[in-house]
Write a protein that binds this ligand. Structure first.
Ligand SMILES: [Zn+2]
Length: 548
């Protein structure tokens, strides 16, 4: 009997080509979010590979390697029919993103054909570990469960899922949690940085792109897919709301298109409604989180909206207990003990487990994707409109970065940073660089090049200032010491592209590149000399020859 059953199974599989994708529980030995469950990154990667082997609704791509050399992966999930034509959907996104190459009439055809593209990114802050587990369970459910909402999602969206934006951090936190389990340190954060160079500020890198993980995400996903929605999944402290969902609080960065803000309010409140309808308490909207610094997000200046959820944390994978009187009465924008319009059903306190976070995030992910599916057409049309509005910006005409600079190394770095963010740069015969505002991502260039005026927000009229959530300025010319001038007069005679910097004479101390050169010289066994009067450097190679 057993033999025949096995033979039948083989035939059956040959006919439909797929066996059942393994459930997370069968693969990892426990349900996602189980008390004390932490994951190894290699297991997460091999699980996604197993899903890919057994289903025609998911593709898994290694975008590159993390800072410490782990595979950095993204899954693409959609109907099998959509997955066969991903090149076509990427092309539609590329054309809708640029109204200069796509007429309004052509755009309508593309909107009819296209899919809403949603990117969900998890656990950039590695101690906020729930969402990697949610990603595992959600991916499996979406490709195996048959229900109307999932059918709509698979049909009308292209879903890009990054199970961790910080794979190194997954293993750092897992190692620490296992080592301290059963000790007084159980559930504490690891003493080392969970991203080798920048730790928690890996989520402040979305405008300078200094880290491998940021660059892989921008170059491999944002810049090729131009997602309409990017939902970044986070956790916060334990003593206030159970989950935050947009709308955002003031201030809103002035160069972000109002259409995108209205849409993030629309999607966010729909997610809050779904959470509440599912019986989840402690949902806060329009609280705590502002939308000012571009260092936390890239998409809002590239035609996409940012959705964020922040869930209350357990103690890593250990349950936390919160007494009712520990709940924060002075959370920013609400009182965690009282009902208000933006916090309708307070959570009364009690035990809070990793699984509670996973449960909320499963609802939030499904809701966000379902909203994208049912609003597919408007999202695509508005995406095209945002591009038109950005490329139609009249004032300033553009920005000029003069050839003559105190720090040519920093100037080159500024230009390359803008270009990595898909800003088009041209130059004239004199070597001045020019950034016209008549381009789809002019708001990005403008936000990074102009001087910010952080609004004077008070806790109450004539009261003390409201504490900003984060940094209040992000002017790259001031941060980097580069001269940049806004202009309302068109600059003529431009050629596309960045001109390479002129070779410096000597190693002037004012040039950032000199400092790199002397560090390289030291690393290579050379000697470094400094002129006491000017501060400039000279370098000798190990053979004794001068390489100034
Ligand atoms: Zn976070």
């Amino acid at each position: 009997m057993r033999h025949r059953a096995a033979g039948w199974l083989v035939l059956c599989c040959a006919a439909v080509a797929w066996a059942a994708p393994p459930s997370p529980e069968s693969y990892f030995g426990q349900r996602m979010g189980a008390d004390h469950l932490v994951l190894d990154w290699s297991q997460v990667v091999s699980y996604f590979r197993a899903l890919e082997r057994e289903s025609d609704r998911i593709k898994v791509e290694e975008l590159g390697r993390s800072t410490e050399g782990r595979p950095f992966i993204a899954a693409t999930i959609a109907s099998a029919e959509t997955l066969r034509k991903l090149d076509r959907y990427r092309e539609i996104q590329r054309r809708l993103a640029d109204p200069r190459i796509t007429s309004a009439a052509d755009a309508e055809g593309l909107i009819g054909e296209g899919k809403a593209v949603v990117l969900i990114t998890c656990s950039i802050h590695a101690t906020e570990l729930a969402s990697t587990q949610t990603a595992v369970e959600f991916a499996w459910r979406l490709i195996t469960e048959d229900k109307p909402r999932f059918r709509a999602i698979l049909r009308d969206t292209v879903f890009l899922l990054v199970p961790s934006l910080n794979p190194d951090g997954v293993d750092i936190v897992t190692r620490w949690y296992r080592r301290t389990l059963g000790t007084p340190f159980e559930g504490t954060g690891p003493p080392e940085l969970y991203q080798k160079y920048v730790g928690h500020d890996n989520n402040r890198d979305w405008y300078m792109f200094t880290q491998a993980e940021t660059r892989l995400t921008i170059a491999g996903l944002h810049n090729v897919w131009h997602p309409q929605i990017v939902y970044d999944v986070h956790q916060m402290g334990s003593n206030a709301a159970r989950i935050f969902v947009p709308p955002w609080m003031d201030p809103i960065e002035p160069n972000i298109d109002a259409i995108l803000m209205q849409e993030s309010t629309m999607i966010g409140t729909a997610m809050a409604a779904d959470l509440t309808a599912a019986g989840r308490q402690g949902v806060a909207i329009h609280a705590m989180y502002d939308f000012w610094a571009p260092s936390r997000h890239y998409q809002a200046f590239h035609g996409g909206m940012r959705i964020l959820t922040e869930s209350a944390s357990a103690k890593l994978a250990t349950p936390a207990t919160v007494q009712a009187e520990q709940l924060d009465r002075n959370a920013l924008g609400y009182n965690a003990r009282e009902r208000s319009w933006n916090f309708l059903e307070p959570w009364g306190g009690g035990t809070w487990r990793l699984r509670d976070i996973v449960d909320d995030q499963l609802i939030a992910m499904e809701s966000c994707l379902y909203q994208a599916a049912i609003h597919r057409e408007e999202l695509l049309r508005n995406f095209y409109r945002v591009g038109q509005r950005q490329a139609g910006r009249q004032s300033p005409w553009g920005f000029v970065i003069p050839a003559e600079q105190r720090d040519p190394g920093a100037t080159q770095k500024l230009l390359e940073t803008l270009a990595f963010g898909q800003v088009e740069i041209a130059h004239n015969a004199a070597g001045d660089h020019v950034i016209r505002m008549a381009q789809p991502y002019s708001g990005w260039a403008k936000a990074l090049l102009e001087r910010q005026h952080y609004p004077d927000l008070r806790l109450y009229p004539d009261g003390p200032p409201q504490r900003p959530y984060d940094v209040t300025a992000h002017t790259l010319p001031l941060l980097m010491g580069v001269r940049v001038e806004a202009t309302d007069s068109p600059v003529e005679g431009l050629t596309p592209g960045i001109v390479p910097r002129k070779a410096a004479t000597g190693l002037p101390a004012a040039d950032s590149d000199s400092w790199r050169a002397i560090n390289r010289a030291w690393a290579g066994g050379g000697r470094v000399w400094r002129n006491r009067a000017s501060g400039d450097f000279a370098v000798s190679d190990p053979g004794g020859g001068w390489t100034v």
